[in-house]
Design a binder for this molecule. Structure first.
Ligand code: SF4
Length: 51
């Protein structure tokens, strides 16, 4: 099942399918830890798994 509202460009992730994510859920954290990010580059998907 594709998460239709989760667009993703990480094409080497096992959950990636034609520009979208097909994981059942995802976890996104602040890059480097903590609870606040200044912009999107400071966030990261923890659900990523390499193909
Ligand atoms: S798990 Fe994360 S990195 Fe992988 S396709 Fe989904 S949103 Fe992208």
């Amino acid at each position: 099942m594709v998460l239709e509202n989760v667009k993703c460009s990480v094409s080497n992730c096992r959950y990636w399918q034609n520009q979208f994510c097909n994981a059942s859920a995802i976890e996104v954290n602040v890059d480097g830890g903590g609870k606040q990010a200044k912009d999107s580059v400071e966030t990261q998907c923890r659900t990523f798994q390499a193909k």
